[in-house]
Design a protein around this ligand. Sequence first.
Ligand SMILES: *Cc1c(COP(=O)(O)O)cnc(C)c1O
Length: 829
Amino acid sequence: MNAKIGNKTGAPAAAENTIAKKEFKEAVIQHLHCTLGTDENKANNHAWWKATCATMQEQVLEGLRKTQKSHYLNDTRAVHYFSAEFLMGRLLSNNLQNFGLFDVANEALKELGVELSDIMEEEPDMALGNGGLGRLAACFIDSLATMELPAIGYGIHYEHGLFRQEIQNGAQIERPDSWRDFGNPWEICRPESIQQISLYGYVETKYGDNGRIQKEWHPGLIVKGVPWDIPVVGYGGKTVNVLRLWKSEASHYFNWDVFNAGGYVDAQRENIQAETISKVLYPNDETEAGKELRLIQQYFFCSCSLKDIIRRYKRAHGDDWSRFVEQVVIQLNDTHPAIAIPELMRILVDRAELDWDKAWDICTQVFAYTNHTLLPEALEKWPARMLEKILPRHLEIIYEINHRFMALVDKKWPGDNSKKAALSIIEESNEKMVRMGHLSVIGSFAVNGVAEIHSKLVKQNLFPEFDELWPGKLTNVTNGITPRRWLKACNPALSKLIDKKIGTDWPTQLTKLEGLLKYAKNKTFQKQFMKVKLENKKRLAAEIKTLLDIDVDVNAIFDVQIKRLHEYKRQHLNLLHIMSLYRRLLENPDYDMHPRVFIFGAKAAPGYKLAKDIIYAINKVADKINNDPRVNGKIKVVFLPNYRVSLAEKMIPASDVSEQISTAGKEASGTGNMKLALNGALTIGTLDGANIEIAEEVGEDNIFIFGLDVDQVHELKSNGYNPYDFYYKDAEIKAILDWLETDYFTPGRPGALVSIKQSLLDQGDPYLVLADFRAYSDAQKRVDEAYRDKDRWAEMAIINTAKMGKFTSDRSIADYVSRIWKLSSCEVR
Ligand SMILES: *Cc1c(COP(=O)(O)O)cnc(C)c1O
C-alpha cells in the first residue's frame, strides 16, 4: 500500500503519512486475500481483525524504519527501560488512534459490512505483567514515543502472560493465558540479533601476561535469547519506538569445556531447560517469590538487553568506551532487573578488560532505579548460595562492590558497625542474603519513589542511611497514565464532548483539561457530561448482563474497586461495608440509601490463600444479596471475572465512585486512581500514595477522604493496636464479623468465610481494617448524600476530569527526562 493521502479532515494530530478510507479498504481486502487466504464473504471477525492489523502494521513498520534511521543518523542518547513486566493490553485501537486513523478505519470497515468495535474484541490482551508496575511501563513507552524521545523497552517474551481468571462456585480458578495462540500480528522476530546467555558453571582465576588477574567464567549452560520486537506508536504517528522482548531457546552450542573440567554437567541442567526460562510470568504482585527460575528470568533478559545495547553502541563507536555514558541511560523498573548492574561490571571488567574503577564509574552513570514498594515481602533478596550456583561470577562481583562500598561507609562513619550492617548489600542472617534494593541504590546515580508520600517514606524509613550518605540521590517522580488509552480511546464519547469544548490538544497537553472548569457549573454541560456517563453505564450494564446474568440499575451509583487483590488494598473493608448496608436494610427495609452497584475486578496470586478467600467471600455475599428480595434492588454486588486492561477500559468510563482505600503508607502511588478520576469518577480514598496529590489537585470538596493518615497509622501501631477493641466497642463491626462465621452466605458450609474474621482479630488485623471501618462507613454516607444532588455531583465529576492534567504519563516522563535521563527529543523525518 503506497497511497499517502494526508488526513486533512481534522482528526486530532493525525500523522502526515496516513491513508484515506479507500486505500484502507483496499489494503484490508488485499490482506484477506493474500495474507490470510480468505475473502470478504468467508472471513469471520478474527480474519477481519487480522487483516486490519496487517494493514496497520504496514504503516507502523514504515514509521519504525524511519524512526530507527533518524535515531541512528543523529547518534542519539537513548533511555533503555528495563522491566520484567509490560502490561500492554490490546494494540489495534491504540495504534489506529495514535496514527489518527481510527475514524478512517471505522468508516472503511463499515462500508465492508464490519464493525470495528466487534473485531477489536478478537484481540487477546497482551498481559505480560501483573498490575500497576507493568501497566506503568506500558504507559511510559507510549509517552516516550509520543514525546519523540529515543527509547527502547526491554523485557521478557513470556509465552504465557498473567493467568486467565475463571470464577467457579465463587472461587478463583487459574487458567493458562495464551496471547499468541493464533499468532500475534504486531510482533516481529529478529533472528539477526540473537544473544547467547551463560548460566551455572564455575569461575577460573588466571594471571594474564601483564600480571593482571583475569577471571574466566566457564558456564555450565548456554541458552539463546531471541528478540521479538513490538512497535510502539507515538500519538501523532511520527516516532515509532520498539519494545524488545527476549524469548529463550535451547542453544545448540555445547560447552565441552565444563564437561571436561569436572565431568559435572550441573544437575540443575535437568531442572531448568532453556525453553522454560521465558515460559511463564510469575503471578505474584508485591510478593518476592525467591525461586531459582525467577532469578534466571531476570538475569536472562538483563544480559540479553545489555549485550544488545553494547552491540548497538559498538556499531557507532567501536571499542571506545569513553562515550558510553553519554549515549546510554538504563532505568530499572524496581529491583527485578538489578542483576544488570553486576552483569555490566562483568562485561566491562572481564570482557572489555577495563579497570574496576573505570568500569564502576561507567555503571554508576548509566543506571537509575525506581522503587515501587515499601512492603517487606516485596523487597527482593536472593540467597547467596543460589547466586553462587547460577551466577558464580556475579556473586564475586557483588562481594567486591560491597567490599569497596563498606570502605566508603567506614570513611563516613568510622568504626560504626551498625551503620555497616544497615547499609551492606549482604544481609548476614541465618542464610546469607543479597539485598537487591541496596545493590540498586549503590549501583545507580538516581533513585526515585513514585509519589510524593512514597518517596518521603523511602527516604525516612527504607533507605535513611543512604539518604544521609548521598543527599539528593533519592528523589520523587510521581507516576502517570497515558490519556490516549485511558481517555481518548476508552471513552470516545467523553473525548468528543471535550474536543467540542476546549479543542483537540488535550491528549498531548493534558493540563488543557482545565479549560473545562469554566463549564463545571454550566447546567447544559453538566447534562451532556452525565449523559455520556449514563451511556457508558448502560454499556457496562449490558456487559454485566451478558457475562453474569445480573440486572443492574443504571441509575444506581456504580461504585468500582478494580486492582490486584491484596490485604493492603483492603477489598475486605469494602466488603464489610457492603455487609453493613445489607444488614441495615434487613433491620430496616426503609433504610434510606441511593441504590448502589458495587463492582469488583481483581486477580489474586494463586498462592495467596487469604486473597483467594476474599474473592470467594465477595462472590458469596454477592449471590446472597443479589437474590434477596428484601434488598429491593438497593444493593447489587458484581464481581467481574478476569480483570485486565481491556476490561478496565470498559469499566472505568462507566464508574461513578473510585475505591482507593489502601492502608495509609502502603500503596506506593496507585494509577487506577488516576484513570478513574480522569473519567469523572469521584474518589473515596485514604491519604495514601497519589490519592494525596489527586486531593491537592481537585480540592477537598471534590473527593471523599477518610481514615487514618500515615502518622496516625504509625502512632496506632506503635501504641499496640488491638482489633478486639473495635470488635467489642462497635456492635455493627461485631455483628458483621460474627456473620462471617455462620453459614448464612455459604449454605451448608459454615466457617467457609471464617479466615477473614480470623485475620482481622486473632491475626491482629495487620492492615487496620477495623480501625478504619467507621470512618469509611461515614465517608460512604457522604458519598450517598452527595450523589442525590445531581448538579453538584456533575460539577464535582467535571472538576475531577478537568484537574487530572498533572497525572499524564507525559509529565512523569518529562520529569524523568529533565531530572534523571537528560535526554533530547529527536525529530523523525
Ligand atoms: C491500572 C491498572 C492496574 C493498577 O491499578 P491500581 O489501582 O493502581 O492498583 C492494575 N491492573 C490493570 C489491568 C490496570 O489497568
